[in-house]
Design a protein around this ligand. Structure first.
Ligand SMILES: C[S@@+](CC[C@H](N)C(=O)[O-])C[C@H]1O[C@@H](n2cnc3c(N)ncnc32)[C@H](O)[C@@H]1O
Length: 351
Protein backbone atom coordinates (compact mmCIF):
# COMPACT_ATOMS: atom_id res chain seq x y z
CA UNK A 1 0.00 0.00 0.00
CA UNK A 2 1.31 3.43 -0.92
CA UNK A 3 1.07 6.30 1.51
CA UNK A 4 -0.54 8.84 -0.84
CA UNK A 5 0.70 11.76 1.17
CA UNK A 6 4.38 11.00 1.14
CA UNK A 7 4.93 8.71 -1.85
CA UNK A 8 6.44 5.82 0.14
CA UNK A 9 5.21 2.44 1.22
CA UNK A 10 4.94 2.76 5.02
CA UNK A 11 5.49 -0.99 5.39
CA UNK A 12 8.61 -1.30 3.30
CA UNK A 13 10.70 -2.07 6.35
CA UNK A 14 8.75 -5.31 6.59
CA UNK A 15 9.46 -6.24 2.98
CA UNK A 16 11.98 -8.96 2.25
CA UNK A 17 15.38 -7.80 3.40
CA UNK A 18 17.56 -6.94 0.46
CA UNK A 19 20.74 -8.81 -0.28
CA UNK A 20 23.60 -6.49 0.75
CA UNK A 21 25.84 -8.29 -1.74
CA UNK A 22 23.92 -6.80 -4.66
CA UNK A 23 24.42 -3.31 -3.19
CA UNK A 24 28.08 -4.12 -2.52
CA UNK A 25 28.55 -5.22 -6.12
CA UNK A 26 27.06 -1.97 -7.42
CA UNK A 27 29.05 0.15 -4.97
CA UNK A 28 32.32 -1.56 -5.86
CA UNK A 29 31.69 -0.73 -9.52
CA UNK A 30 30.74 2.88 -8.70
CA UNK A 31 34.02 3.29 -6.80
CA UNK A 32 36.18 1.89 -9.61
CA UNK A 33 38.77 4.65 -10.20
CA UNK A 34 39.28 3.47 -13.79
CA UNK A 35 35.75 4.53 -14.66
CA UNK A 36 34.48 8.01 -15.46
CA UNK A 37 31.04 9.16 -14.31
CA UNK A 38 29.62 8.68 -17.79
CA UNK A 39 30.71 5.01 -17.75
CA UNK A 40 28.73 4.43 -14.56
CA UNK A 41 25.27 5.48 -15.67
CA UNK A 42 23.96 1.87 -15.69
CA UNK A 43 25.13 1.44 -12.08
CA UNK A 44 23.53 4.73 -11.03
CA UNK A 45 20.27 3.66 -12.65
CA UNK A 46 20.46 0.27 -10.95
CA UNK A 47 21.03 1.97 -7.57
CA UNK A 48 18.06 4.26 -8.19
CA UNK A 49 15.84 1.35 -9.21
CA UNK A 50 16.92 -0.71 -6.20
CA UNK A 51 16.21 2.01 -3.61
CA UNK A 52 13.00 3.16 -5.27
CA UNK A 53 11.77 -0.42 -5.51
CA UNK A 54 12.66 -1.25 -1.92
CA UNK A 55 10.86 1.84 -0.61
CA UNK A 56 8.09 1.59 -3.20
CA UNK A 57 8.73 5.20 -4.11
CA UNK A 58 6.56 6.73 -6.84
CA UNK A 59 6.22 10.30 -8.04
CA UNK A 60 2.69 10.23 -9.42
CA UNK A 61 1.41 12.99 -11.63
CA UNK A 62 -1.01 15.24 -9.81
CA UNK A 63 0.74 14.66 -6.50
CA UNK A 64 2.34 17.55 -4.68
CA UNK A 65 5.91 16.33 -4.41
CA UNK A 66 6.81 19.53 -2.55
CA UNK A 67 4.43 18.71 0.32
CA UNK A 68 6.26 18.44 3.64
CA UNK A 69 9.04 20.90 2.85
CA UNK A 70 10.18 23.25 5.63
CA UNK A 71 11.17 26.87 5.16
CA UNK A 72 13.87 27.35 7.81
CA UNK A 73 15.40 30.68 8.75
CA UNK A 74 18.51 29.47 6.86
CA UNK A 75 16.71 28.38 3.68
CA UNK A 76 14.46 25.69 2.28
CA UNK A 77 14.67 22.08 3.49
CA UNK A 78 13.10 20.29 0.55
CA UNK A 79 10.33 17.72 1.04
CA UNK A 80 11.11 14.03 1.66
CA UNK A 81 9.73 13.17 -1.81
CA UNK A 82 11.98 15.71 -3.54
CA UNK A 83 14.93 14.60 -1.42
CA UNK A 84 14.26 11.02 -2.59
CA UNK A 85 14.24 12.21 -6.19
CA UNK A 86 17.83 13.49 -5.83
CA UNK A 87 18.84 9.87 -6.57
CA UNK A 88 17.68 10.53 -10.14
CA UNK A 89 20.50 13.07 -10.56
CA UNK A 90 22.87 10.33 -11.66
CA UNK A 91 26.19 12.19 -11.97
CA UNK A 92 25.59 14.04 -8.70
CA UNK A 93 24.89 10.81 -6.86
CA UNK A 94 27.91 9.03 -8.32
CA UNK A 95 30.32 11.91 -7.70
CA UNK A 96 29.17 12.38 -4.09
CA UNK A 97 29.41 8.67 -3.25
CA UNK A 98 32.90 8.51 -4.76
CA UNK A 99 34.01 11.74 -3.08
CA UNK A 100 32.69 10.74 0.34
CA UNK A 101 34.47 7.39 0.05
CA UNK A 102 37.76 9.15 -0.64
CA UNK A 103 37.25 11.61 2.24
CA UNK A 104 36.55 8.73 4.66
CA UNK A 105 39.67 6.90 3.48
CA UNK A 106 41.75 10.07 3.94
CA UNK A 107 40.38 10.57 7.45
CA UNK A 108 41.01 6.89 8.22
CA UNK A 109 44.76 7.47 7.78
CA UNK A 110 44.80 9.10 11.21
CA UNK A 111 41.56 8.04 12.96
CA UNK A 112 39.69 4.83 13.46
CA UNK A 113 36.78 4.59 13.31
CA UNK A 114 36.06 7.65 11.20
CA UNK A 115 32.99 9.47 12.52
CA UNK A 116 30.87 10.87 9.67
CA UNK A 117 28.16 13.44 10.31
CA UNK A 118 25.64 13.31 7.46
CA UNK A 119 23.62 16.53 7.64
CA UNK A 120 20.47 16.21 5.51
CA UNK A 121 20.52 12.46 4.88
CA UNK A 122 17.15 12.35 3.09
CA UNK A 123 15.03 9.17 3.00
CA UNK A 124 17.75 6.88 1.60
CA UNK A 125 20.92 8.12 3.38
CA UNK A 126 21.97 7.80 -0.22
CA UNK A 127 25.58 8.96 0.01
CA UNK A 128 26.34 6.78 3.04
CA UNK A 129 24.37 3.55 2.67
CA UNK A 130 26.27 2.15 -0.36
CA UNK A 131 29.57 2.80 1.45
CA UNK A 132 28.44 0.71 4.44
CA UNK A 133 28.71 -2.36 2.20
CA UNK A 134 32.36 -1.80 1.32
CA UNK A 135 33.88 -0.21 4.45
CA UNK A 136 34.29 -2.30 7.61
CA UNK A 137 32.32 -1.11 10.64
CA UNK A 138 35.58 -0.78 12.62
CA UNK A 139 36.60 1.87 10.07
CA UNK A 140 33.52 4.10 9.87
CA UNK A 141 30.41 5.07 11.78
CA UNK A 142 27.67 7.47 10.70
CA UNK A 143 25.42 9.96 12.46
CA UNK A 144 22.36 10.67 10.34
CA UNK A 145 20.70 14.03 10.74
CA UNK A 146 17.69 15.53 9.01
CA UNK A 147 15.08 18.15 9.81
CA UNK A 148 12.36 15.74 8.68
CA UNK A 149 11.67 12.75 10.96
CA UNK A 150 10.12 10.99 7.99
CA UNK A 151 13.51 10.98 6.23
CA UNK A 152 15.25 9.51 9.26
CA UNK A 153 12.60 6.82 9.70
CA UNK A 154 12.84 5.83 6.06
CA UNK A 155 16.61 5.93 5.91
CA UNK A 156 16.89 3.82 9.10
CA UNK A 157 14.40 1.27 7.78
CA UNK A 158 16.21 1.02 4.45
CA UNK A 159 19.59 0.60 6.15
CA UNK A 160 18.10 -2.02 8.48
CA UNK A 161 16.63 -3.91 5.52
CA UNK A 162 20.22 -4.48 4.32
CA UNK A 163 21.27 -5.55 7.82
CA UNK A 164 23.57 -2.53 8.14
CA UNK A 165 21.98 -0.76 11.12
CA UNK A 166 25.14 -1.20 13.22
CA UNK A 167 26.87 1.45 11.03
CA UNK A 168 24.52 4.13 12.37
CA UNK A 169 25.57 5.54 15.71
CA UNK A 170 22.72 8.00 16.03
CA UNK A 171 19.75 9.48 14.14
CA UNK A 172 19.05 13.09 15.01
CA UNK A 173 15.99 15.04 13.93
CA UNK A 174 17.00 18.67 14.09
CA UNK A 175 17.96 21.73 12.10
CA UNK A 176 21.65 21.26 11.22
CA UNK A 177 22.20 25.02 11.57
CA UNK A 178 21.24 24.74 15.26
CA UNK A 179 22.83 21.40 16.11
CA UNK A 180 25.36 21.49 18.95
CA UNK A 181 27.78 18.62 18.37
CA UNK A 182 28.69 16.85 21.63
CA UNK A 183 32.40 17.35 22.35
CA UNK A 184 33.02 13.59 22.51
CA UNK A 185 31.35 13.07 19.14
CA UNK A 186 33.13 15.58 16.94
CA UNK A 187 32.99 14.30 13.35
CA UNK A 188 36.06 13.64 11.21
CA UNK A 189 34.03 14.03 8.01
CA UNK A 190 30.98 16.24 7.47
CA UNK A 191 28.86 15.54 4.40
CA UNK A 192 25.91 17.65 3.36
CA UNK A 193 24.23 18.13 0.02
CA UNK A 194 21.65 20.74 0.91
CA UNK A 195 22.05 23.08 -2.01
CA UNK A 196 20.56 24.27 -5.25
CA UNK A 197 22.35 25.80 -8.22
CA UNK A 198 24.48 28.90 -7.40
CA UNK A 199 23.95 28.20 -3.68
CA UNK A 200 20.50 29.62 -4.04
CA UNK A 201 17.53 29.00 -1.72
CA UNK A 202 18.79 25.98 0.30
CA UNK A 203 20.83 26.18 3.53
CA UNK A 204 24.20 24.66 2.44
CA UNK A 205 26.21 27.76 3.37
CA UNK A 206 24.70 28.10 6.86
CA UNK A 207 24.97 24.37 7.55
CA UNK A 208 28.62 24.19 6.48
CA UNK A 209 29.51 27.30 8.52
CA UNK A 210 27.73 26.14 11.65
CA UNK A 211 29.08 22.58 11.65
CA UNK A 212 32.64 23.31 10.54
CA UNK A 213 32.98 25.98 13.22
CA UNK A 214 32.44 23.26 15.82
CA UNK A 215 34.67 20.68 14.08
CA UNK A 216 37.28 22.81 12.29
CA UNK A 217 39.55 19.89 11.40
CA UNK A 218 36.77 17.81 9.83
CA UNK A 219 37.00 17.07 6.11
CA UNK A 220 34.08 18.65 4.31
CA UNK A 221 32.11 17.02 1.49
CA UNK A 222 31.63 18.90 -0.78
CA UNK A 223 35.09 20.32 -0.33
CA UNK A 224 34.28 23.44 -2.32
CA UNK A 225 31.34 25.02 -4.13
CA UNK A 226 32.26 28.06 -6.18
CA UNK A 227 30.31 30.45 -8.36
CA UNK A 228 31.82 32.45 -11.20
CA UNK A 229 30.51 35.01 -13.67
CA UNK A 230 30.79 34.19 -17.33
CA UNK A 231 29.54 35.74 -20.56
CA UNK A 232 27.90 33.06 -22.67
CA UNK A 233 27.02 33.04 -26.34
CA UNK A 234 24.06 30.66 -26.06
CA UNK A 235 23.98 29.86 -29.77
CA UNK A 236 27.26 27.95 -29.30
CA UNK A 237 26.48 26.35 -25.95
CA UNK A 238 25.05 23.07 -27.29
CA UNK A 239 25.40 20.94 -30.41
CA UNK A 240 22.05 20.05 -31.94
CA UNK A 241 22.04 16.59 -33.49
CA UNK A 242 19.31 14.81 -35.43
CA UNK A 243 16.99 12.69 -33.26
CA UNK A 244 18.10 9.49 -35.01
CA UNK A 245 21.83 10.21 -34.55
CA UNK A 246 23.81 7.21 -33.29
CA UNK A 247 27.33 7.42 -31.85
CA UNK A 248 29.42 9.74 -29.70
CA UNK A 249 28.05 13.29 -29.64
CA UNK A 250 30.61 15.88 -30.78
CA UNK A 251 31.83 18.30 -28.10
CA UNK A 252 30.28 21.78 -28.47
CA UNK A 253 32.67 24.55 -29.48
CA UNK A 254 31.54 26.90 -26.71
CA UNK A 255 32.00 30.65 -26.93
CA UNK A 256 32.39 32.04 -23.41
CA UNK A 257 34.24 34.86 -21.68
CA UNK A 258 35.12 34.04 -18.07
CA UNK A 259 35.04 37.13 -15.82
CA UNK A 260 36.05 35.59 -12.50
CA UNK A 261 35.00 33.77 -9.37
CA UNK A 262 32.71 35.74 -7.05
CA UNK A 263 32.05 33.27 -4.22
CA UNK A 264 33.45 30.07 -2.79
CA UNK A 265 32.17 27.92 0.04
CA UNK A 266 35.16 26.04 1.41
CA UNK A 267 36.95 25.49 4.71
CA UNK A 268 39.32 28.46 4.21
CA UNK A 269 36.52 30.94 3.56
CA UNK A 270 34.39 29.56 6.38
CA UNK A 271 37.33 30.39 8.64
CA UNK A 272 37.69 33.86 7.07
CA UNK A 273 34.00 34.58 7.72
CA UNK A 274 34.26 33.61 11.37
CA UNK A 275 33.86 37.10 12.84
CA UNK A 276 30.87 37.93 10.64
CA UNK A 277 27.66 38.06 12.67
CA UNK A 278 25.23 39.69 10.25
CA UNK A 279 23.07 38.25 7.52
CA UNK A 280 25.42 38.84 4.59
CA UNK A 281 28.76 37.40 3.51
CA UNK A 282 31.25 39.17 1.24
CA UNK A 283 31.41 38.17 -2.41
CA UNK A 284 33.46 39.30 -5.38
CA UNK A 285 33.33 41.94 -8.09
CA UNK A 286 33.74 41.51 -11.87
CA UNK A 287 33.83 44.00 -14.72
CA UNK A 288 31.88 43.59 -17.96
CA UNK A 289 34.19 44.45 -20.89
CA UNK A 290 33.61 47.97 -22.21
CA UNK A 291 32.93 46.76 -25.71
CA UNK A 292 30.68 43.76 -25.65
CA UNK A 293 28.85 42.11 -28.51
CA UNK A 294 25.15 41.61 -27.87
CA UNK A 295 25.45 37.83 -28.35
CA UNK A 296 27.10 37.46 -24.92
CA UNK A 297 24.82 37.16 -21.89
CA UNK A 298 26.07 37.32 -18.30
CA UNK A 299 25.58 34.07 -16.37
CA UNK A 300 26.51 32.41 -13.09
CA UNK A 301 28.39 29.11 -13.30
CA UNK A 302 28.53 26.74 -10.33
CA UNK A 303 31.52 24.42 -9.93
CA UNK A 304 31.54 21.69 -7.29
CA UNK A 305 34.61 19.91 -6.00
CA UNK A 306 32.99 17.05 -4.15
CA UNK A 307 36.34 15.87 -2.82
CA UNK A 308 39.80 15.55 -4.35
CA UNK A 309 39.48 14.84 -8.06
CA UNK A 310 35.73 14.20 -7.83
CA UNK A 311 34.13 17.18 -9.50
CA UNK A 312 30.80 18.18 -11.00
CA UNK A 313 31.14 20.39 -14.07
CA UNK A 314 28.60 22.51 -15.96
CA UNK A 315 25.55 20.50 -17.03
CA UNK A 316 26.53 17.40 -15.01
CA UNK A 317 23.43 17.92 -12.84
CA UNK A 318 20.86 20.55 -11.85
CA UNK A 319 23.33 22.03 -9.35
CA UNK A 320 25.76 23.04 -12.09
CA UNK A 321 23.46 24.40 -14.80
CA UNK A 322 24.48 27.90 -15.99
CA UNK A 323 22.08 30.56 -14.71
CA UNK A 324 21.25 33.78 -16.60
CA UNK A 325 21.93 36.89 -14.54
CA UNK A 326 18.80 39.02 -14.75
CA UNK A 327 18.61 42.79 -14.51
CA UNK A 328 19.94 45.63 -16.62
CA UNK A 329 23.61 44.88 -17.20
CA UNK A 330 25.57 47.01 -19.66
CA UNK A 331 29.03 46.90 -21.24
CA UNK A 332 31.58 48.45 -18.88
CA UNK A 333 29.50 47.82 -15.73
CA UNK A 334 31.19 46.72 -12.53
CA UNK A 335 29.17 43.96 -10.88
CA UNK A 336 29.60 43.75 -7.11
CA UNK A 337 27.97 40.80 -5.36
CA UNK A 338 27.27 39.75 -1.78
CA UNK A 339 25.81 36.56 -0.34
CA UNK A 340 22.49 37.04 1.41
CA UNK A 341 21.92 34.62 4.29
CA UNK A 342 18.46 34.09 5.81
CA UNK A 343 15.40 32.13 4.75
CA UNK A 344 15.98 32.67 1.03
CA UNK A 345 19.78 32.63 0.75
CA UNK A 346 21.36 33.67 -2.54
CA UNK A 347 24.03 35.65 -4.29
CA UNK A 348 22.80 39.20 -4.83
CA UNK A 349 24.03 41.76 -7.32
CA UNK A 350 24.45 45.13 -5.60
CA UNK A 351 22.54 47.90 -7.34
C1 LIG B 1 18.87 17.80 -1.38
S1 LIG B 1 18.29 16.62 -0.19
C2 LIG B 1 19.61 15.46 -0.23
C3 LIG B 1 19.22 14.10 0.23
C4 LIG B 1 20.38 13.10 0.22
N1 LIG B 1 21.43 13.50 1.11
C5 LIG B 1 20.97 12.92 -1.17
O1 LIG B 1 22.08 13.39 -1.38
O2 LIG B 1 20.33 12.37 -2.02
C6 LIG B 1 18.55 17.57 1.30
C7 LIG B 1 18.09 16.93 2.59
O3 LIG B 1 18.56 17.77 3.64
C8 LIG B 1 17.54 18.02 4.58
N2 LIG B 1 17.81 19.35 5.14
C9 LIG B 1 17.83 20.52 4.48
N3 LIG B 1 18.16 21.53 5.31
C10 LIG B 1 18.34 20.97 6.53
C11 LIG B 1 18.71 21.50 7.80
N4 LIG B 1 18.93 22.80 8.00
N5 LIG B 1 18.85 20.64 8.82
C12 LIG B 1 18.63 19.32 8.66
N6 LIG B 1 18.27 18.77 7.48
C13 LIG B 1 18.15 19.58 6.42
C14 LIG B 1 16.23 17.90 3.81
O4 LIG B 1 15.18 17.55 4.66
C15 LIG B 1 16.59 16.81 2.77
O5 LIG B 1 16.27 15.56 3.28
Amino acid sequence: MLDKENNFDPNFANANPCDPNELKRLTTQILNPEKELKDLIPQAIALRDLFEKLTNFRADTGQDIGAGQTRLDSGLAISPALAAMCIRELFRTLAFIRGLHEAINDAAKTRCPVRVLYAGCGPYALLALPLMTVLPRERVVFTLLDIHQECLDKASALIASFGLGHYVEECICTDATRYQIPKEKLPHVIVSETMAVALHNEPQVSIARHLLKQAPTALMVPQSVSVEVCLINWSREHVLMPADFVGEFPEPDRDRIYLGKIFELDAANIQNWEGIEGDTLPAGKVKIPSSLERKYKPCLLTNITVYGQHRLQNYDCSLTLPQRLRGKIEAGDELQFYYQLGNNPQLVLET
